[in-house]
Write a protein that binds this ligand. Sequence first.
Ligand SMILES: Cc1ncc(COP(=O)(O)O)c(C=O)c1O
Length: 444
Amino acid sequence: MSSPLEAPLLDRIKSARPTLWCNPAYVPAVDPEAAEGLSKALDDWALIAPLLEALFPQLKQSGGEIASDLIDVPDLQTALGYGAPHFGRLFVKGDHDLPVAGSVKARGGLFEVLMHAVNEARAFGFLAADESLTKLASTEAHSFFGRRTIAVGSTGNLGLSVGLAARTLGYNVVVHMSADAKEWKIERLRRFGVKVMQYEGDYNLAVAAARDAASRDPLAYFVDDEDSELLFRGYSAAAAELKTQLEDAGIVIGPDRPLFLYLPCGIGGAPGGIAYGARAVFGPDVHCFFAEPVQSPSALVQMMHGSDQPLPVYEFGLSNKTEADGMAVATMSQLVARRMRERLAGVYTAGDDDLFRWVSLAYSHAGLQIEPSAAIGFAGPHFLLSTEAGRHFCATHLAPDALNRAVHVAWATGGSLVPEVQFQTFVDRGSSLGSQFDLMREDL
Ligand SMILES: Cc1ncc(COP(=O)(O)O)c(C=O)c1O
């Protein structure tokens, strides 16, 4: 561990107080390796677009594209306390409303399932190299896939995304879930005909159980959230979409107008893939921060420690208990940790009460329906501009005055499928907590 802030930081982490860690190994740079990865991702998405369109009627209009809006939120920006000029401009990336699966997991889960289906159909001679992929939406294909199984471990949203895509193709699907999984997500999966297995233990245990069960079935394929190249590639394409949207809004990112992405993090695949793609697109002018609940800072401890060994948050006396179920992960993906070593600007944490406050504000000031996990991005500008570590980061990595023109994107990762009654309880809980954020009471 090399940061001089380390000892006080560790104390803060252990006492579950909000924290910002800036990565001393971070190197903002042009990134040819990420550019190559992104180019492959975009080609693959273009390949499966006709199949997506054939499988899901709601994708007809977009030609099979899985994309979300970039939302300008001036009223919400002021309500969050970011109205002063030095906060630049805040946007929300609306992955909470992504078509088909209603969360960022649509980008990874749909991608991996469809890519696997194509590979499997070709390997077994069902689909010839020159045949249209839309054959995989036929009744015949449904029976071909119906003899096979896809398994996945999930806190909820990955299961929804993989489950929906795989069931639509005809696969049998088993989703292995942790004790934190929300009942409505389980019910929805069962309604799709997905078999749900739930475990007393945490998410990493559910993933291990899924891996083990799939390894015993020769016709089963396991979507490995801890170690999946395909999931990672699927997420990465989001960055190219963001670039087009910023340009359409007349915003060109560069040294004088830096971009900050605040990415909710569980196992790390979604934020890691997006950050990787963002490096490919914006090079040294984008700075990506992962965001985690105070009780589940798996990326924070792993990245800070720099170890090659998995480091569970339990070793820091933390419980991994949070209402932000998508981020209730004790140990981050080692694949993502390796890839982020020099690419990640930092990691911050926030408490559950603030997540509910932000859910409530995002609804009342921007009409957004997001779940608690998806709200954590709203803490980003505070950490960056109003804390000592954040100011030090800006002084080190930004051109003077660039902050006034900076673009901050809070990545909203899920929520549009949350049942109305459940969502209202989030909003009510947020409003009842009052408007004083715990984060802003902290001396950071
Ligand atoms: C709403 C939401 N946000 C963020 C995440 C984090 O994604 P990852 O686990 O890939 O880091 C998840 C994961 O399920 C999620 O459901």
